[in-house]
Design a protein around this ligand. Structure first.
Ligand SMILES: [Zn+2]
Length: 70
């Protein structure tokens, strides 16, 4: 049921850490499966990410409206 196929590179070992955007925005931390480093949002960066995600979603819906002739 989860559509969370997003990954973020671990800042320590560069492994791919799977994360869920919604959970990330809720402040949940994710840990690297390789080195157990935890990544998450600080309260300060949360609005920035929310804004970025909003723009990203707008972009996605814009793309959906376009008909791709290929
Ligand atoms: Zn790591």
């Amino acid at each position: 049921m989860f559509s969370s196929d997003q990954t973020i590179p671990c800042p320590v070992c560069n492994s791919k850490i799977p994360f869920d955007t919604k959970q990330l925005l809720m402040g949940i931390q994710f840990s690297c499966p390789n080195c157990q480093a935890s990544i998450g949002l600080s309260q300060e960066s949360k609005p920035i990410v929310e804004e970025t995600m909003q723009k990203f979603n707008e972009l996605k819906s814009d793309m959906g409206k376009q008909k791709n002739i290929n």
